[in-house]
Design a protein around this ligand. Structure first.
Ligand SMILES: NC(=O)c1ccc[n+]([C@@H]2O[C@H](COP(=O)([O-])OP(=O)(O)OC[C@H]3O[C@@H](n4cnc5c(N)ncnc54)[C@H](OP(=O)(O)O)[C@@H]3O)[C@@H](O)[C@H]2O)c1
Length: 283
């Protein structure tokens, strides 16, 4: 049995990692900003440690009696005033320094496939600056680099439900998105693997046009896909910059990725159509 600290445990991937660790019989401490994050969860962590990653004075004892750390800490849709450098870089660095002091056995974290495509954007730049710190830490580590999560693919389903899906550019580039549960298994297995970096994606390689079509078909709707020319996308996103830099960065990141193929070695696992059909029943 491993004793594992999960940072980012209340997020999409973190919840799946907590469940997978518990399913495999490990002991889990989960960091959360809230006290009631895991009520009604059959695979709840053994201990919820309440703390705010940007306030180190709230983290005393976080690393006590744990041997392994998993981090999916980062900003996606959080509406607080914190930025990527506060959380993805400095927050993870705070945890890493505590892990080094506690001499844990291994640190596993999540990052993106093909970071060089968007390294100039804070959402990737801050995370990869932390990756460099982890590589230099002297700790055993694995960086799991994943393609798009199914949670992000739900944006296409929401657009389809409203009658049209907007795509950046031609929609012809491809990726193989991955389910959180399938990815969590890879992350947990990484504690026992030798590789410092693992790339992983889901079982289906799909163009963005095909992803949009799947979303319509799960809802039994006729496809209605609108392709936004790249100049329109760039101009619209640039308008956001002065008002909301965090949202600008996130949309620019997705717009950048959709202009390239993001395909990683597949795991056998859930198909996107299944996730769309399940989610479509309650949308
Ligand atoms: N989404 C993708 O397609 C994708 C692909 C590859 C890699 N990634 C990377 O994977 C990471 C995790 O993704 P996800 O979808 O699981 O994100 P998520 O659902 O937003 O989870 C992020 C986690 O970080 C925590 N967090 C954020 N700010 C915090 C703070 N100041 N103090 C303490 N905890 C804080 C969140 O806590 P709260 O619940 O309290 O906000 C949550 O537990 C992302 O940051 C991204 O870099 C994502």
């Amino acid at each position: 049995m491993k004793r594992v600290l999960v940072i980012g445990a209340t997020g999409y991937l973190g919840r799946h990692v907590v469940s997978e660790l518990k399913r495999q019989g490990h002991w889990v401490r989960a960091l959360s900003r809230h006290t009631d994050s895991f009520s009604n969860n059959p695979f709840a962590p053994d201990e919820v440690f309440t703390g705010e990653i940007t306030q180190p004075e709230t983290l005393h004892g976080l690393m006590d009696d744990v041997d392994y750390v998993f981090s999916s800490l980062g900003i996606t849709r959080q509406r607080d005033k914190l930025g990527f450098w506060d959380v993805d870089y400095q927050g993870n660095k705070t945890v890493l320094e505590m892990a080094m002091a506690a001499r844990i056995k291994k640190f596993v974290m999540i990052s993106v496939v093909r970071p060089e495509l968007a390294q100039h954007l804070d959402i990737v730049g801050a995370r990869e600056a932390f990756v460099d710190k982890l590589r230099a830490s002297g700790l055993e580590y694995t960086i799991v680099r994943a393609t798009g999560f199914f949670s992000d693919m739900m944006e296409f389903l929401t657009m389809a439900k409203s009658g049209r899906v907007f795509l950046f550019g031609s929609g012809q580039h491809r990726m193989n998105p991955i389910d959180g549960g399938d990815l969590a298994r890879v992350c947990v297995d990484a504690f026992d693997r030798q590789e410092n970096e693992i790339e992983v994606g889901g079982p289906d390689v799909l163009s963005y046009n095909e992803i949009a079509e799947l979303a319509f078909s799960a809802l039994n709707l006729k496809p209605n896909i609108i392709h936004l020319p790249n100049w329109v996308t760039s101009a619209a996103i640039a308008l956001l910059y002065p008002f909301n830099r965090k949202t600008y960065t996130i949309i620019k990141f997705f717009a950048t990725l959709t202009q390239h193929d993001i395909v990683a070695p597949p795991v056998q696992g859930k198909h996107l159509i299944e996730a769309y059909q399940t989610a479509g029943r309650t949308l």
